[in-house]
Ligand binder design. Sequence first.
Ligand SMILES: O=C(O)CCC(=O)C(=O)O
Length: 263
Amino acid sequence: MRNESLPHHGEDPHPVIDQKDFKPNKITGNPQNALDLELVSGAIVEKAIPPALVGQLAEIAGTGPASNRTGIRNHVENVYEGWTGTGWPPPYFDRVAAAEHDAVTAWRAIAYELVTRMAHIRTIEQARSRDGKMFTPAVVRETTNGIGWHFDHAHLEYPGTELDLGPGSQQYSVITYLSSPQHGELEVATWKPASAGAHPKDSYPLNEALFSAAKRIRVQPLAGRTAILSSEFAHRVHPTPTPRRFITMFVAVSTDGYAITFG
Ligand SMILES: O=C(O)CCC(=O)C(=O)O
């Protein structure tokens, strides 16, 4: 189960590097106040998303079905939820099409700009199925549950599919927080799986003993804050007593800078 109970901030025996200790980010110009994740490829960016858009997105957070694996409410199922083990069936794409929303489209444009600045991307576009159906650009989510240790990397999770951009491809997550819950930190460890076949359905939650010596960082969710990180690294979300609302998009990038996005 993904909604296992996790320790709250302060009970974790592992040292963490707090947000305030991060070095200034290499991203220049707007948006201001970017902070470097330092240990993994990524950045924290404040105020890149207009507050009115954050409010609109918060209203649709979790308005779709709750995941029976995680308990997280999504506005539409993400690729992990829609995956059958061999692909994504036509009704999945029908549900994605029905959940299309202008606020998500507006957020995607800013997310593209942010991730293009920090990753080596030459072309970026929304992922489509082999018969041309759109994957969702992002998923707008609400939960008080934690998410156990996992990684997100389509090349390892969905090998051979339209989301797999081949050996050497990389994956990023762009996450904007739509609320400021108590606790509910994102924790990232400097460890990633090396081999294919390590799909989270088989490996979830990741055995923490695999990376007990790895350095970790924590990111506090704050309304309007955007985290862009290399999500191939092991990460988890701590539970919170108050609703944690967030929008997430995955960005897979091939070795020659072609990027596809999906939620
Ligand atoms: O919300 C976050 O901080 C990270 C979310 C996450 O790990 C995921 O959706 O896979």
